[in-house]
Design a protein around this ligand. Structure first.
Ligand code: NAP
Length: 388
């Protein structure tokens, strides 16, 4: 009975709802170098509510090959019990590796810990050398290219009991993805747009934990996916008659698909302008059909695309933004809100620089005054970012 009384509000990071993945489809077409999934997660029966702009937290499990590599190297079947923290119920070492511990991105602490369990002088010297002050940069590179099995392989004399290794490892954390659907159109499900992360380092193929769990390992139509809604400050304007400008290359499109669904469902009168970009128009135009349908129904007034690899030189969303500087300035002066979603390291900064140029070029204040203009936009919640 207690379970039946559980309310949606009780589903949190600490107490996630076990949801069901009901759709898993590649949005990239033949010829693409990328694999971006459209995923539909059913929340049926949970009562969970969400708002456009929120993210979904998911608890992935690790790649079984990485788990097996650790078990094989430590010559164990993984059945011995371990505790993750003092006072916790013991679970098997295998379960801890599969569902609770981070197997990638090892830190310095692990290497220091392994030193105590190395018996061979060469192994000890190699670890000490990496940990030395003068090798700080080399250590960063070394760790960035390795996962736990690589470390165990690099020092064959290390014999570490399961519990000791567990104590050195970091916990596996949930992964957050911007929600790509609106509750007004999909009340019982959440859509996600996830780039599948696969790459090679140190001669081995690596699998991004969250994205490859969703794309390759999470079963369809079985309630096995623990999720929770993470509330966000990334919000549409309160008033539907305000215009919005959305900049979302790559997976940055996700919350804007949700915004457009919401603006349509609420019959918002404000205009919508989307800047999207990716490598090739022919195979990387994520949600092309959806976006064209939004245009045909009069929901999306302007759509500008930047295909970075369809010519000899790069064209990015900020180039399209600059080309449309005058119109963007008019929209902003008319009260529009400006949103950016996607890559934090370069794209968001470059888009902000383009926005600053526009503010200075078209009637706006020059120099430091332009910063004040941007600050005011931020204060009025008319400049928002969801970047990662
Ligand atoms: P993406 O790689 O961010 O690329 C989308 C488009 O943005 C491409 O046309 C890309 O062009 C272009 N782009 C590259 N640099 C840019 C810049 N400075 N300004 C504006 N546009 C720029 O798209 P995604 O599909 O969302 O991500 C793909 C992979 O990158 C995924 O594996 C994802 O996890 C990873 N990613 C990581 C982070 C992060 O860890 N901080 C952030 C974002 C994405 P070109 O590639 O042709 O240069």
């Amino acid at each position: 009975m207690a379970e039946m009384n559980q309310t949606a509000a009780e589903y949190t990071k600490e107490n996630p709802f076990v949801a069901t993945l009901v759709e898993n489809r590649n949005l990239n077409k033949e010829g693409s170098a990328k694999d971006t999934r459209h995923l539909v997660v059913s929340l049926a029966g949970s009562g969970i509510e969400y708002t456009v702009g929120d993210s979904l937290g998911i608890f992935p499990t690790n790649h079984p090959d990485v788990v097996s590599a650790i078990l094989a190297r430590l010559k164990t079947d993984g059945r011995e019990p371990v505790v993750l923290a003092e006072g916790d119920e013991p679970i098997s070492f295998q379960e801890a590796l599969e569902t609770r511990l981070a197997l990638a991105s090892p830190n310095k602490k692990i290497l220091e810990g392994l030193l105590d369990f190395a018996s061979d002088e060469t192994d000890k010297a190699k670890i000490k050398d990496l940990l030395s002050r003068e090798n700080r940069e080399a250590l960063k590179v070394y760790l960035a290219e390795r996962e736990i099995p690589d470390l165990l392989e690099d020092y064959p004399s290390v014999e570490i009991p399961a519990q000791k290794l567990v104590a050195l490892m970091r916990k596996l954390t949930p992964r957050l993805y911007s929600i790509a659907s609106a509750p007004t159109q999909h009340p019982e499900e959440i859509h996600l747009t996830v780039a599948v992360v696969k790459y090679t380092t140190n001669g081995r193929e690596r699998f991004g934990v969250g994205s490859t769990y969703l794309s390759d390992r999470c079963p369809l139509n079985e309630p096995t996916l623990p999720v929770y809604v993470a509330k966000s400050h990334f919000r549409l304007p309160e008033h539907g008659d305000q215009d919005v400008i959305m900049v979302g290359p790559g997976t940055g499109i996700a919350p804007f698909r949700a915004f457009l669904q919401e603006r349509e469902a609420t019959a918002a009168k404000g205009r919508n302008w989307l800047f999207f970009g990716d490598q090739h128009a022919s195979c990387d135009f994520l949600y092309e059909e959806d976006l064209k349908a939004f245009q045909e129904r009069g929901v999306l007034q302007r759509l500008d695309t930047a295909w970075s690899r369809d010519q000899d030189f790069k064209i990015y969303v900020q180039d399209k933004i600059r080309e449309n500087g005058e119109a963007i300035w008019e929209w902003l002066e008319g009260g529009a809100a400006f949103y950016i979603c996607g890559d934090a390291s370069r794209m968001a900064k470059d888009v902000e620089a383009a926005l600053m140029d526009i503010i200075q070029t078209y009637g706006g204040p020059a120099g430091p005054e332009a910063k004040h203009y941007l600050r005011r936009l931020r204060q009025e919640k008319r400049y928002q970012k969801d970047v990662y």
